[in-house]
Ligand binder design. Structure first.
Ligand code: ADP
Ligand code: GLC
Length: 480
């Protein structure tokens, strides 16, 4: 099959969160199983500077209609592995920036233009390159215009660009909402500038376009596909999602075992497996040292790695500050994002610098070390479309403490509820319930045989991308 993915992130060229990991793993696994795969990304500075992209071929020049203007760009192509090609849609004015969406607190003002240009650039590259795809598969709001733009270009030029379109919602909280005036930049037929099209309460909602007009819609866990049809989790789009009730399916993400595998992980000071956990102890020592803690500390280590945003339940974590200050434990946090969370975390770490550590930055190496060196991984999300870190934790023998939402429900089993199958500890997303789970973690930690059994069951779970990639292939085949 010829499969085209379109996304704003792909590891290792641009990453702010799990989208990058999911796109890279899905595309890589499909290519490895014999399909021709192309991934389109914006030509960000970091992507162009990546060693894989050095010497990328400049394949074509673009002239993109945006309202009553034409904007130029070009397309560069490289191939990081057999059957996988990465296409960068380049225009310096839009993408030669350090971060993809904004500066700290605020989104870039020209994000609508940037990502409309990106989607149009993809469609034009498909047309000029005569890349007739079986499936064009867009991810999240940045690529949500693809289904509409593909069909619009086919009509205008009398060609076929894609047999089917698929759209994946990785997070319905990010919708690409812009003032109504930006509709003109899409050059789509005016009847789409309405309630049955992209209009949403007097604004333009790009995500809505992907949900309504793709041939098939997926979410990144089965549970999330159900949740977003309810007002509690639908972020205002539950009604729109319900109209696609029969075309929407939740396919669980996996773990890319070439990147996240304690037996081969080159970012760790030592490697280990279920049969020999010795290396995990060395990772713990290194982690404690890096945080400036005594390396011979014997109590429980709680790790956190996440984007600093409300979704990740940081308020619940901060609401349990007394637990971390009073109990005999260590808390190690890696994250960056909203300034007020960074400040609150800094303040907490400053109160107990010998027990609590904050690294407020993006740090791939440290994220692996925390997964490997901690005893518990804390992820009390308010909602979680899938979540990758709780799966990484289980693979690394680190017990996840998660809330009962979305993909966390689909990937973790509570060890107190189901003693012979549990792999983690679960709470509801409240300060009290998280507090209860943290205290249960202390009891589990004190019971070493039970802790070892929970750890091993997590490590034995098969989260490999093979399963996920096969589900996508079945979906593509069915839709064709
Ligand atoms: P989300 O996509 O909502 O952020 P996921 O759990 O799906 O949540 O994926 C998060 C990914 O981003 C993981 O690979 C995690 O390790 C990574 N990550 C988050 N924050 C950081 C950070 N500060 N440094 C390095 N990696 C991070
Ligand atoms: C989003 C979601 C996260 C999911 C990731 C990859 O960022 O917040 O839950 O794991 O996408 O699909």
């Amino acid at each position: 099959m010829k499969i085209v993915h379109v996304a704003s992130e792909m590891f290792p060229y641009m990453k702010t969160g799990g989208l990058a990991d999911a796109v890279a793993s899905l595309a890589g696994t499909l290519a490895d199983s014999g399909h021709e795969v192309a991934v389109f990304l914006p030509g960000y500075r970091a992507a162009l500077e990546h060693r894989d992209a050095v010497g990328a071929e400049r394949r074509m020049r673009l002239k993109i209609e945006m309202g009553d203007q034409f904007l130029s760009g070009d397309v560069r192509v490289f191939s990081p592995r057999p059957r996988l090609q990465v296409f960068l849609i380049c225009r310096e004015e839009f993408f030669d920036r350090r971060s993809p969406y904004g500066n700290g607190e605020r989104d870039f003002e020209d994000n609508a233009d940037r990502f409309i240009f990106f989607c149009k650039g993809v469609v034009e590259a498909l047309r000029l390159g005569d890349l007739q795809a079986d499936v064009v598969h867009g991810h999240d709001w940045q690529a949500a215009l693809l289904p509409l733009l593909v069909r619009d270009a086919e009509r205008r030029h009398g060609v076929t660009l894609a047999v089917k379109t698929v759209f994946t919602i990785h997070n319905i909280a990010y919708q690409g909402l812009f003032p109504r005036g930006i509709f003109a930049r899409t050059n789509l037929p005016e009847d789409l500038n309405s309630m049955d099209g992209l209009e949403y309460y007097e604004q333009i909602n790009l995500l809505k376009g992907g949900i309504l007009f793709a041939d098939r819609v997926t979410t990144v866990s089965p549970r999330y596909a159900q949740e977003i049809q309810t007002p509690e989790f639908g972020c205002g789009l539950e009604g729109v999602v319900q109209t696609r009730e029969h075309d929407i399916v939740g396919l669980l993400n996996g773990v890319d075992m070439s990147v996240w595998n304690p037996a081969t992980d080159a970012l760790l000071p030592a490697r280990y497996s279920m049969a020999n956990l010795g290396g995990k102890q060395l990772c713990r020592v290194e982690l404690l040292k890096r945080c400036g803690f005594a390396a011979d500390y014997r109590g429980p280590v709680f790790g956190v790695v996440c984007r600093f945003t409300e979704q990740k339940g940081l308020d619940l974590l901060l609401g349990n500050r007394d637990f971390f200050l009073r109990e005999d434990c260590r808390l190690i946090v890696l994250g960056s994002g909203e300034k007020h969370y960074e400040e609150a975390m800094h303040a907490l770490a400053a109160e107990a610098p010998r027990k609590i550590s904050l690294s407020a930055r993006l740090d791939e190496g440290m994220s692996h070390l925390i997964e490997a060196g901690s005893d518990f991984f804390v992820m009390p999300s308010l909602f979680e479309p899938c979540g990758l870190n709780q799966m990484y934790s289980q693979v690394y023998g680190t017990v996840p403490i998660v809330s009962r939402v979305g993909g966390l429900i689909d990937t973790v089993t509570d060890a107190d509820d189901v003693p012979d199958a549990g792999t983690g500890l679960m709470c509801v997303p409240t300060v009290e319930s998280l507090g209860d789970a943290l205290r249960r973690a202390l009891r589990l930690y004190a019971d070493k045989p039970r802790l070892a059994a929970v750890q091993k069951r997590g490590m034995a779970r098969d989260f490999s991308w093979r399963v996920a990639a096969d589900s996508y292939l079945r979906l593509y085949q069915e839709s064709l």
